[in-house]
Design a protein around this ligand. Structure first.
Ligand SMILES: O=C[C@H](O)[C@H](O)[C@H](O)COP(=O)(O)O
Length: 231
């Protein structure tokens, strides 16, 4: 379930401002989604002009785009540390201490890359901010654990909904072969606590709450201006 309210101009401004942080020799985490895609395209242009970088993709989509624009790639399975990662979000709290990600079902690999990154740069537009967070939290689930995880989400006062595919009958299957529950918890007053609860459920591969991971947030607007906040 995507949050699609922002304009391309705002997304491009944020993505390109974050991409400008990448330096020669960096290993770069390549986020997923329409905002991170602007950063990947910009990095492709800079790589063509001589910037020496290696990318680590967070999804099929970001890998395909990186190949298309000429960003050399490392395999995530070979990478323990990333210099800088750039990624979008579906919702961001006012201080950017907590994000909801996974509208494109890429949050499991995104979280691995974010946790490996010395610097995690979030790219967003004003439409992504909410106080408190209220966006349904995507939870990637082992298929065999679906019923168990649904029960655990209800026990935590959430309402789980199996994400349906749009051009295929049946559910979305992630790049990792799992299912996604979009879990509506209403207003999320304590994201860190909810994140711990979800992480503790057997069968949850990863959830889309990212708490205390952002280093800097780049927020683009429709005029192409960018507000940069370092946490
Ligand atoms: O799974 C997808 C990711 O978490 C995206 O980063 C998130 O959905 C934001 O995407 P967009 O920039 O297209 O709003």
């Amino acid at each position: 379930m995507k949050n699609t309210a922002g304009t391309e101009a705002a997304k491009r401004a944020a993505g390109e401002a974050a991409a400008a942080e990448v330096a020669d020799g960096d290993v770069v985490g390549l986020g997923t989604g329409s905002t991170a895609a602007h950063a990947i395209r910009d990095l492709g242009d800079r790589a063509a002009a001589g910037l020496d970088i290696e990318g680590v993709a967070t999804s099929y989509q970001s890998r395909a785009l990186a190949r298309e624009v000429g960003v050399p790639l490392l395999s995530l399975s070979d990478v323990a540390r990333v210099d800088v990662a750039i990624d979008g979000a579906d919702q961001v709290d006012p201080d950017a201490n907590a994000l909801v990600k996974g509208g494109g079902a890429a949050h499991a690999r995104e979280k691995v890359v974010a946790s490996a990154a010395d610097r995690f740069l979030v790219v967003a537009d004003e439409s992504k901010f909410a106080d408190p967070l209220e966006y349904p939290v995507p939870v990637e689930v082992l298929p065999d654990a679906l019923a168990r995880v649904e029960r655990a989400v209800r026990d935590a006062d959430g309402d789980p909904e199996l994400r349906a595919a749009e051009r295929k009958d049946g559910p979305v299957v992630t790049d990792n072969g799992n299912l996604v529950l979009d879990c509506d918890f209403g207003a999320i007053e304590a994201p860190a606590s909810l994140a711990r609860t979800l992480s503790g459920v057997a069968g949850v591969v990863e959830h889309g709450l990212f708490v205390d991971v952002a280093e800097t947030v780049f927020v683009g607007d429709d005029d192409g201006d960018v507000t940069r906040t370092t946490l």
